[in-house]
Design a protein around this ligand. Structure first.
Ligand code: HEM
Length: 116
């Protein structure tokens, strides 16, 4: 159920409390109407308005219920050309492939993820 692709430049235009988009895991959400209901407060959403809030979202440790709510606010995917490599927590496989070729260290020892 893939929707349209949205560029980073477009997301950046929606960086105000009254018009608030956020990118989480390469997906774009319009959370303008969700701000007042957000259990984590409006401020945490305003802080990441118009940008990538993946890191903050993951740090807050959202439940599967939160993930279900997100679906309602999903607008589309971030344009492929604007996606970049994120922290290893969200993308361990690519990170290992890309980052370890030049090193003698086994990939597993380079992982900084505290969740596993
Ligand atoms: C569409 C996006 C989001 C949805 C639907 C959402 C939903 C929720 C829900 C339902 C909770 C209650 C706890 C839980 O069930 O996990 C929560 C807590 C929280 N959220 Fe979000 N959230 C979103 C985005 C974000 C973002 C981008 C941030 C940070 C920039 C954030 C920060 C927090 C924090 C800090 C809490 C913890 C509140 C506490 O434990 O006192 N959330 N969120």
């Amino acid at each position: 159920m893939s929707k349209k692709e949205i560029s980073l430049a477009t997301v950046k235009e929606h960086n105000k409390p009254e018009d608030l988009w956020v990118i989480i895991e390469d997906k774009v959400y319009d959370v303008t109407k969700f701000q007042n209901e957000h259990p984590g407060g409006e401020d945490s959403l305003i802080e990441v308005a118009g940008r990538d809030g993946t890191r903050e979202f993951l740090m807050a440790g959202h439940s599967s219920e939160a993930r279900e709510i997100m679906v309602k606010y999903y607008l589309g995917d971030l344009a492929a050309s604007d996606r970049k490599k994120k922290c290893p927590v969200s993308d361990p496989i690519t990170d290992q492939v890309d980052a370890t070729n030049a090193s003698n260290e086994p990939a597993a020892t380079k992982q900084c993820c505290i969740l596993h």
